[in-house]
Design a protein around this ligand. Structure first.
Ligand SMILES: [Zn+2]
Length: 564
């Protein structure tokens, strides 16, 4: 209750303070002010606030509702957040981002293998013989029988079309017999280095599953779809617009490509005023001086001090995945004692590429899932410091999924960023113990153990391996429970994070991984005005209310780009 006569001393003091603040701010009015908000700033110097003022692309003041009033002028756009949560925009540090393909058969979360057959049958009816049929995101560990799918699911409904359906992790692919014929693959074809052609244990015939490098053996003999260049362009444009709209609606304001991403495509969208997410594109880790020279040119064109399109890091692959049984471990798999995974290059190659790229001042990020893969890349990064000298290189382990005890402190020691995806934990925990046993699982998705050693973590999704929605990642990080909200404390509950920590790793943690923590990822004066209004207080709602949370508004660079 307000009664200004009951405590005249305090009221006078407050009035004086407010006047003093107003008197101090004599600059131009803000372009945008968000008032009446529950601002979780992720700024340790000023963790909570009620309002934010923005001029141009930047935040100019963060304070109480009353203090920010001084920034409101006639032309200021004022958003009353109605007490809702305002946090920094999400920064996905690892997303295989791109325009959506309207014809892609999305098999995410299916549990019945016959759905694959049905969906392919529907698609075959829409295309001509010979046209390529693509899809994926299936996960055999979710099938009721937990068995790998085989070409027989496809052959009956697609005898005359090449079909390629990728596993959710993107590391294994199911194809039909049409593709086997087109590729000349038979029971006698040997596994290529770093790859595996799955064969039926009884008949010896290829099952249709190709893992890792074995996919490079595939050719599709596909009939080109006839589209005019205009139709092709319109299709591409629609796909990108759909993706950007999805991104805005999820509160994602920055994306970091793990390899790939076309700066040119983004530049065109930027020039047309369509780009609403900041992006880092990436190159491929190499020791070829000519390619490194080209990346250097691209880096000069899209330099690190930019805020929209930047050249990020050079990406390499050390191993495969836990789900495909191709991640590289120091000890054999529990459920497949004959294998320790599939290295995607020798240690000598790895070191040569790391040394050459590091010498030119590039940041490096290498996909490393198994404990041995992580050890190798840490060794190579350490070698780079010894040979090329210590600098603020922020090399990254992309995934850092399973770590040996001895390697956990090395992240902080070597300044290596763990680029992790919390949803992988709740997706993979279903089979992690079966594959690697309980003891090794203690080093799996070990966020808390890493943070305790002073390591830096950046959160992301690994989209399209996992959905792009950051709420799923926040849920995974704070619960370590499956998406159905299983009972209990979660998987290795001592590794759970608080909601504020999870948001921090998804904002300023991800910004650190791209050398932008000085200007992005906090709601703080001078920082880029990338902010999100969420429909509920993520910090206090029950666990089952986290994943359904909706973004009500997304602000990028001071512009409101999305309202629900
Ligand atoms: Zn990835």
């Amino acid at each position: 209750m307000r009664n200004r006569f009951s405590a005249p001393g305090l009221a006078t003091l407050a009035l004086l303070l407010a006047t003093a603040c107003e008197a101090q701010y004599a600059g131009p009015p803000a372009d945008l002010v968000v008032t009446n908000a529950n601002v979780v700033t992720i700024d340790p110097a000023n963790p909570r606030a009620g309002a934010v003022a923005v001029i141009g692309e930047n935040i100019v003041a963060v304070g109480t509702d009353q203090a920010i009033q001084a920034y409101i002028g006639e032309a200021t756009e004022v958003i009353d957040a109605g007490g809702r949560l305002l946090i920094p925009g999400f920064n996905d540090a690892h997303a295989h981002y791109g325009g959506l393909d309207p014809d892609y058969i999305d098999l995410r979360y299916i549990t019945d293998k016959n759905v694959i057959t049905e969906r392919v049958r529907e698609r075959v009816a829409q295309v001509r013989p010979g046209e390529m049929i693509r899809g994926g995101r299936w996960e055999h560990e979710m099938f009721t029988d937990r068995e790998w799918p085989t070409k027989e699911l496809l052959d009956g409904v697609a005898p005359n079309n090449p079909v390629s359906l990728t596993r959710a992790d993107g590391h294994s692919t199911l194809v039909n017999s049409y593709v086997l014929r087109a590729s000349g693959i038979t029971r006698d074809t040997p596994d290529p280095p770093g790859g595996k052609i799955q064969k039926d244990p009884v008949t010896g015939e290829p099952t249709g599953i190709f893992k890792e490098a074995a996919r490079s053996l595939l050719s599709y003999d596909a009939v080109q779809v006839e589209r005019t260049p205009e139709e092709e362009e319109a299709r591409r444009r629609q796909g990108w617009d759909a993706m950007l709209e999805l991104t805005r609606s999820l509160g994602i304001t920055s994306i970091q490509h793990p390899g790939g991403g076309s700066a040119e495509t983004y530049q065109r969208m930027m020039d047309e005023g369509r780009l609403t997410v900041r992006v880092d594109v990436a190159g491929t880790l190499t020791d070829d001086p000519e390619r490194l020279g080209r990346y250097d040119e691209l880096r000069m064109q899209y330099p690190p001090d930019g805020n929209w399109i930047r050249f990020g890091y050079l990406k390499g692959f050390m191993d495969g995945t836990l789900g495909s049984g191709t991640a590289m471990f120091l000890e054999p798999y529990e459920d497949e004692p004959g294998t320790r995974g599939l290295p995607q290059m020798s240690y000598e190659e790895l070191e040569s590429r790391v040394l050459a790229s590091d010498a030119m001042g590039f940041q490096i990020g290498i996909h490393a899932i198994g404990d041995e893969a992580n050890r190798w890349i840490l060794n190579a990064y350490q070698e780079a410091r010894e040979v090329n000298g210590v600098r603020d290189s922020r090399h990254r382990s992309e995934h850092a999924q399973v770590l040996a005890d001895a390697d956990i402190p090395r992240f902080a020691e070597l300044g290596v960023v763990a680029s992790m995806q919390p949803t992988h934990c709740i997706t993979d925990k279903r089979f992690a113990e079966k594959r690697i046993g309980l003891e090794r699982s203690r080093g799996a998705y070990a966020w808390r153990r890493l943070l305790d050693t002073g390591a830096r973590i950046a959160f992301g999704t690994d989209y399209a391996v996992e959905p792009l929605n950051p709420m799923e990642g926040l849920y995974a990080a704070v619960t370590r429970k499956d998406r159905m909200g299983e009972p209990g404390d979660g998987w290795f509950p001592d590794q759970k994070l608080s909601m504020e920590e999870a948001i921090e790793l998804y904002t300023v943690g991800a910004a650190y991984a791209q050398f932008m923590e000085d200007r992005k990822g906090r709601i703080k004066e001078g920082y880029l005005a990338d902010m999100v209004i969420v429909d509920r207080d993520l910090l206090t709602v029950p666990e089952d209310q986290i994943m359904p949370a909706q973004v009500d508004a997304t602000i990028v660079g001071g512009k409101v780009v999305y309202r629900r």
